[in-house]
Design a protein around this ligand. Structure first.
Ligand code: ADP
Length: 605
């Protein structure tokens, strides 16, 4: 990689530091090392050793005023001061001592070289390595460029033979159709070149989390038998400015070498956010985005590198990124419909053992609004439940319970409600169900339970739509609001007092009625004017008001009026069915959990 240069200047500093360390070591440490073994003794010891003929070598250093000598085996070196002693030389001679000029420098030249030059360099390198490792760890390996790398972490995920196929991705037929063209192109590019058609360079998969975008990208690679590079947008955003851009270059370099191939960038909004021109923005992100734009322009239409990217926030992407010639195709990957949910359940159910009573259609209906990932989770939860109960097969009941776990959390085994509370909760839930059942357009009740859940719900009424709904009429929404107020209405009617149990109902009812007025154009006064805009369509759907403060006041008033009207309607329905209300609440109080069929049987009896 020629674009990432080694920083030159610091190297000179390294050399200087190495030299300084070596010099210091030789000046200060070496004499200490070599003199270490010299033992200071007094003159009488020296004389005694001479007389006992225990001296091996001797060196008289007149200028230092000292005598160095060794024992007979030359293992230890001694030192003593010079005393005026004229016979000394003769006596030493007689004792058989050897006169030498280099007692101290007797260390072997190789050893001395090793100690004075090689050892300090080794220590220096060791410290350097340790420090760099520590720094790398601290930066999460991010500043690898400082050490001359700057590689992208793009991995080759799917090897040509094994891999995810389109058949593993259930539902999402439109997305699959769309992507099948890419697969065909990668198999047979000649066909397209002949006509002069070129494949889109980039395809943007947009949709809520967990709908199978990553899976689809992998499936395209698996179906086309080409290498699959995958990197997440956030991996480009680094601590140092310029790192992300280097990674983008590296990724594309790798991809071009491996073409034809698929490059998948997950969560592309991490780098592809709109550049807003504010000072002090994220420079690193902008540089990375610019590099990505440049790279996408840089390669030929028919180079065989196809970029797939996924995001849940398409509205936040920079327009330069989504213009034709870059990510010019947008493939929506929406939440699965009823049929899609059933297929996804079946795909994942292949991995577990099932009993014969399982009805996927019913489970799919109960799990309305669930994403692919949630459905996969439901299947796994059910299998875990079977294991917990020491069963070899997963049953329908396991699956139904696991949906409830996903919706409302686990059953609270030892939450003890007082008798009064339990009665209130029973009336509350029957209130919802009764209002729902008495309004012709409401979906039938599937199950009512007053067993507390870990999510905090003390009970709930599960409604299941018979078929898939794409449109909701004004009446249907109104009825839904009435159903939501039904719980509180029953409490008022029977106990004459109200509790905190309705907070979630209140929230939902308010949101629905507000949406009717501000977004669906269902109020007479505002006609078809949008008072609210939806941002973050795939992530919870936040809204922002787009109207004057005066209008806001009017909207609030209308929201209140709408909910009030439906609340009154719910109270009226319950008043008319008071006997059934008491009967059903008593039944639920005793049983704690009743099915929709039991409910309807009592209601219609
Ligand atoms: P996304 O990238 O859209 O967030 P993924 O592709 O990572 O979602 O999906 C997460 C998991 O959910 C997958 O591993 C798979 O088990 C399951 N899943 C999601 N959608 C589908 C689908 N359409 N068919 C089968 N499984 C799915």
């Amino acid at each position: 990689m020629n674009e990432v240069r080694q920083p030159k200047k610091p190297m000179i500093y390294y050399y200087i530091i190495v030299l300084l360390v070596l010099l210091l070591f030789n000046v200060l440490a070496m004499p200490w090392i070599s003199q270490r073994q010299i033992r200071q003794v007094d003159y009488s010891t020296f004389i005694t050793m001479t007389e006992n003929k225990e001296i091996g070598q001797v060196e008289i250093k007149n200028q230092d005023n000292q005598i160095l000598f060794t024992d007979k085996d030359n293992t230890a070196v001694y030192k003593t001061g010079i005393v005026d002693d004229p016979d000394l030389t003769q006596r030493l001679y007689d004792s058989g001592a050897e006169f030498s000029g280099e007692i101290v420098e007797q260390m072997s030249p190789l050893l001395s070289f090793l100690i004075s030059w090689v050892l300090p360099i080794a220590i220096f390198i060791g410290i350097g390595q340790y420090m760099s490792k520590k720094i790398m760890k601290k930066a999460g390996g991010a500043n690898s460029m400082a050490f001359g790398m700057g590689k992208s972490n793009a991995k080759v995920y799917v090897k040509s033979s094994e891999g995810i196929k389109f058949s593993d991705v259930a539902g999402e037929d439109e997305a699959k159709d769309n992507l099948a063209e890419v697969v065909d192109y990668l198999h047979n590019p000649g066909k397209y070149k002949e006509v002069g058609a070129s494949m889109p360079k980039g395809i943007l998969l947009v949709g809520p989390p967990g709908t199978g975008k990553t899976m689809l990208a992998k499936a395209v690679a698996g179906e086309s038998n080409v290498p699959f590079f995958s990197i997440s947008g956030s991996e480009f955003v680094e601590m140092f400015v310029g790192m992300g851009a280097a990674k983008v270059r590296d990724l594309f370099k790798q991809a071009k070498e491996k073409a034809p191939c698929i490059v998948f960038i997950d969560e592309i909004d991490a780098i592809g956010k709109k550049r807003d021109g504010h000072m002090g923005g994220n420079d690193e992100r902008e540089q990375t985005l610019n590099q990505l734009l440049t790279e996408m322009d840089g390669f030929e239409d028919n180079s065989g590198v196809i970029i797939l990217a996924a995001t849940n926030r398409p509205e936040s992407l920079d327009p330069a990124l989504t213009r034709p010639g870059r990510f010019d195709r947008r493939v929506p990957v929406e939440l699965p419909d009823l049929k899609g949910r059933e297929e996804i359940l079946k795909v994942h159910a292949k991995k577990i053992k099932l009993s014969d009573d399982v009805d996927f259609g019913k489970i799919a209906r109960m799990a309305s609004g669930a994403s692919g990932a949630e459905l996969a989770n439901i299947i796994n939860e059910a299998a875990l439940r079977a294991v917990r109960d020491n069963r070899k097969f997963t049953t329908q009941a396991d699956l139904e319970e696991s949906i409830e776990v996903v919706i409302a959390g686990y059953q609270k085994k030892n939450a003890i409600l007082t008798d009064k509370e339990k009665r209130i909760v029973a009336y509350h839930e029957i209130g919802h169900a009764l209002v729902a059942a008495r309004q012709t357009n409401s979906a039938p009740v599937q199950k009512i339970t007053i067993v507390p859940r870990t999510s905090g719900a003390l009970g709930y009424t599960m409604q299941v739509e018979e078929g898939e709904h794409y449109l909701m009429s004004k009446e249907e929404i109104s009825n839904k609001i009435a159903t939501l107020t039904g719980g509180r209405a029953a409490e008022e009617l029977v106990f004459g007092s109200i509790t905190t149990g309705a907070s979630n109902d209140i929230e939902q009812a308010t949101r629905l009625s507000r949406a009717m007025i501000t977004r669906y154009g269902m109020s007479e006064e505002f006609d078809m004017v949008a008072m609210e805009t939806l941002s973050n369509q795939y992530l919870g759907g936040d809204t922002s008001l787009a109207c004057s403060a005066e209008t806001q006041t009017q909207i609030d008033r209308q929201v209140v009026a709408l909910v009030k009207k439906q609340h009154q309607k719910a109270i009226q329905i319950l008043q008319e069915n008071r006997i059934k209300l008491d009967e059903l609440a008593r039944y639920l109080y005793e049983k704690e959990t009743i099915t929709g069929d039991e409910f309807m049987a009592i209601l219609n009896a």
